[in-house]
Write a protein that binds this ligand. Structure first.
Ligand SMILES: Nc1ncnc2c1ncn2[C@@H]1O[C@H](COP(=O)(O)OP(=O)(O)OP(=O)(O)O)[C@@H](O)[C@H]1O
Ligand SMILES: [Mg+2]
Length: 366
């Protein structure tokens, strides 16, 4: 089965010209495909869904179709370009399905390529960080009102922090590699943050904060930018769209974008939260969606930064204790280095919580 055959199954008009594999994605196999229609070049994205990670591709596509349709209608009402600002899912010619199953049982989908766009794997420029914030803030804003509980859950308990701590405790008790005793200082520091990091889940469980549609992979390379103007366009990569707290997306984006060091830098003394980057993202994100936030969301959205960072430290530590079976590692101890890095970031976030809240309040009131 060739990419040509896969494309031919979708209802895209014109003549197939060729394709190239995009190497940026880690999860799926992604191809940019060129077509010619009425003498004009048209570009599409064809992706093979990674069913090792996402076991229920049909449910996952159902989420994506519903969410993109909802956002599409909101953008249209606002008078903006739907081609630029939201993914468009093509259906198959036969059966009108948003996915195509190949001879080997592989699941494929086809999107319109966001016109004249590019993505960036890293993002240091404050203006660009603000625009990443705008894109994700807009996504959440447009999905305000969507019945999040009706979505399928591709990764159950993904951000259930108490359960992540439970798994860590199980790994400590089992101690299959005999590593637990050496980790005591770091484990003590992690457990010291447990109560604070589990508060968000409590608020969700009690219904104090609304269950929203969340993206759950708020990295900068999941935002398309206009190649000419630098404007942030559509949010990409909707596989992990699930019900959750807005603080998940806000928190995980900050965790990723505002660390002064790379996520696996062993130089933990220099790991911390860059408040300028925090402010840039906050300006974009809160600027877009502040009117949708409840009072308690405004009070707890920063808690997401601590929660997401602690949670990832817990996951790296758990995997280290279990013998490095989940995350890909490049050297022995890689997971421990990552865990210490995230722990250092979490402690700095905790230290800076008042400064963060002052910055947030400024943009909430603006
Ligand atoms: N509709 C689109 N328009 C333009 N570019 C796209 C589109 N969809 C995907 N891309 C490009 O392909 C890359 C990979 O796509 P995507 O993020 O969906 O795959 P992934 O394997 O889940 O990636 P990762 O795990 O790295 O987030 C994007 O970062 C972007 O550069
Ligand atoms: Mg991606």
């Amino acid at each position: 089965m060739t990419i040509f055959d896969v494309c031919a199954s979708f209802d895209v008009g014109g003549k197939y010209v060729g394709c190239r594999e995009l190497s940026t994605g880690n999860i799926n196999s992604t191809y940019q495909v060129e077509y010619l229609r009425d003498g004009e070049k048209k570009f599409y994205i064809v992706q093979r869904i990674n069913t090792h990670v996402f076991h229920k591709p049909i449910e996952l596509m159902d989420n994506i179709v519903r969410v993109t349709k909802y956002v599409h209608d909101k953008i249209k009402d606002d008078g903006f370009s739907t081609k630029k600002f939201v993914l468009h899912v093509f259906k198959t010619k036969e059966g009108d399905k948003p996915y195509f199953v190949d001879d080997e049982g592989g699941y494929w989908r086809c999107y319109r390529y966001i016109p004249n766009s590019e993505t960036f794997d890293s993002c240091d420029d404050l203006e660009k960080i603000k625009r990443v914030g705008q894109a994700f803030g807009r996504f959440e804003k447009y999905l305000d009102g969507f019945d999040a509980a009706s979505l399928h859950i591709p990764l159950p308990d993904f951000h259930n922090t108490p359960k992540r701590f439970d798994a860590l405790q199980v790994a400590i008790n089992a101690d299959v590699c005999g590593r637990a005793s050496k980790l005591k200082p770091e484990l003590d520091r992690l457990f010291a943050l447990k109560e604070e990091a589990c508060l968000l889940q409590k608020h969700l469980d009690n219904g104090d904060i609304p269950l929203r549609v969340t993206h759950n992979d708020t990295k900068c390379n999941n935002v398309a930018f206009d190649k000419n103007t630098g404007e942030a366009l559509a949010v990409l990569d909707l596989d992990t769209v699930m019900p959750g707290a807005v603080a998940y997306d806000f928190g995980d984006a900050i965790r990723f974008i505002a660390n002064t060091r790379e996520e696996d830098d062993p130089d933990v003394d220099n790991v911390g939260l860059d408040l300028n980057k925090y402010e840039a993202f906050t300006a974009g994100f809160i600027g877009e969606m502040k009117n949708s936030l409840t009072d308690l969301e405004k009070e707890t959205i920063n808690l997401g930064v601590l929660t997401m960072t602690v949670e990832l430290a817990v996951r790296f530590m758990t995997d280290y204790l279990n013998g490095d079976i989940y995350f890909k590692t490049r050297y022995p101890g890689h997971n421990f280095v990552r865990a210490r890095n995230q722990l250092a970031l979490a402690e700095d976030v905790y230290k800076k919580r008042n400064e963060m809240q002052n910055i947030l309040d400024k943009y909430v009131k603006e």
